[in-house]
Design a protein around this ligand. Structure first.
Ligand SMILES: NC(=O)c1ccc[n+]([C@@H]2O[C@H](COP(=O)([O-])OP(=O)(O)OC[C@H]3O[C@@H](n4cnc5c(N)ncnc54)[C@H](O)[C@@H]3O)[C@@H](O)[C@H]2O)c1
Length: 355
């Protein structure tokens, strides 16, 4: 069988750690291009992975009839533009999370995916994790009873990414801790709970700790290579919100940075029969009642590489035409929720989420 020809647009961290190696380990693919606007990065990927051709402008390859699909691994400002251009040229797209900076951009991506009939998946990698799928199965089986409230805490202790760079410049990222981390938590909850329609959101996003960049004291900083001590910081470094859905109420508190010197990253699924606490990207505990005893079970499982599963599933979608759980039609609901939280924060009122 002819192998699918793939291009990776944006040769940074996520492309290096996930997309490139996972396409290469999939027997149905080969990487034809590595593209980055910083030429050395594309050149370095060609050398590192021993394949592909370096290109510095995606427009040079968008109409290559031999190209089947692309991964969009740029910063958020180019997600919609590049994904749309490739879909219009007949290519399937796996675009990193968040789908886009704003809901209108994400809706336009969805519209073009429908119009062109191309696959558009978003990098909501948790949907492919073993623990997450075990919890989803438990909820689907009724093990928790009615799941009426889900609480997410994604509070890190002073680890703003790329302080003063791409992640903290709203014009590039669209937002901070909510759009960068919250997207994963909200999407995971939506998936486990059967993708309920969101109804309303009330929230507040705070820009407090990072704004005095030169004096910001940090513990660690991933994306440090893009940090600039004189750069821009105009995004939320923490957020809190309540979201009503047709399923459970979701509440959350998140922070890239906080003056509580402890990090807490977990999701509590509260059912009327039982509950689950998922340690984000880790194991989980199942709290239930057996013979009138309160029992805590910590199920054994073999953790998988969910980034690899995401890429393999995308390849499968291209080959079979099937729609998977990372399709824009699911991810769009997370964009609606995040937009409503930001709008609520700006207006000081609860926001109704349109269907
Ligand atoms: N799924 C996850 O868990 C996960 C993890 C990390 C990052 N991400 C997402 O991946 C994206 C990239 O993050 P990163 O940490 O890899 O960033 P990065 O800065 O390491 O890499 C981004 C690269 O894109 C390049 N680029 C920017 N505009 C471009 C354009 N128009 N054409 C070609 N290349 C362009 C930059 O030069 C840079 O090399 C972000 O949207 C981020 O949210 C997802």
């Amino acid at each position: 069988m002819k192998k699918l020809k793939i291009a990776i647009i944006g040769c940074g961290n996520i492309a290096r750690g996930s997309h490139a190696p996972h396409y290469l380990s999939n027997e149905n693919c080969e990487i034809k291009y590595f593209c980055d606007i910083i030429p050395e990065r594309a050149d370095e990927f060609v050398k590192r992975f021993g394949c592909g051709k370096a290109v510095y402008d995606y427009k040079e390859i968008v109409n290559d009839p031999d190209l089947d699909a692309v991964s969009v691994c740029t910063h958020n400002d180019f997600h919609s533009i590049i994904s749309i251009d490739f879909m219009k040229a007949g290519k399937d797209v796996l675009c990193e999370k968040p789908a886009a900076r704003t809901l209108p951009e994400a809706l336009e991506m969805q519209r073009v995916a429908h119009e062109t009939g191309r696959t558009l998946n978003i990098g909501v990698c948790n949907r492919f994790g073993t623990a997450v799928n075990m919890i989803k199965d438990m909820i689907d089986n009724g093990d928790l009873g009615e799941v009426y409230h889900v609480y997410a805490s994604f509070r890190a202790f002073r680890s703003i990414p790329g302080l003063g760079g791409d992640f903290t410049t709203k014009a590039i990222s669209g937002g901070g801790s909510l759009i960068d981390w919250g997207v994963h938590y909200i999407d995971l909850i939506q998936y486990c709970c059967g993708d309920p329609k969101p109804l309303t959101a009330s929230g507040k996003a705070f820009c407090k700790l990072g704004k005095d960049i030169p004096n910001y004291v940090y513990k660690d900083m991933w994306a440090r290579d893009t940090a600039k001590t004189d750069g821009i910081y105009d995004v939320d470094d923490s957020v809190t919100a309540v979201i009503r859905t047709e399923g459970p109420v979701i509440s959350l508190t998140g922070a890239w940075a906080q003056n509580i010197f402890v990090s807490e990253t977990y999701i509590d699924f509260m059912g009327d029969k039982a509950g689950v606490r998922l340690n984000y990207c880790g194991d989980f505990a199942y709290f239930h009642i057996k013979d009138k005893d309160l029992v805590t079970t910590e199920p054994d499982f073999e953790p998988n590489d969910f980034y690899k599963a995401e890429v393999d599933s995308f390849v499968d979608c291209i080959l079979t035409g099937k729609k998977n759980q990372a399709n824009i039609d699911y991810a769009i609901e997370t964009s609606k929720i995040m937009q409503a939280i930001y709008d609520s924060s700006d207006s000081g009122r609860e926001v109704v989420i349109d269907a």
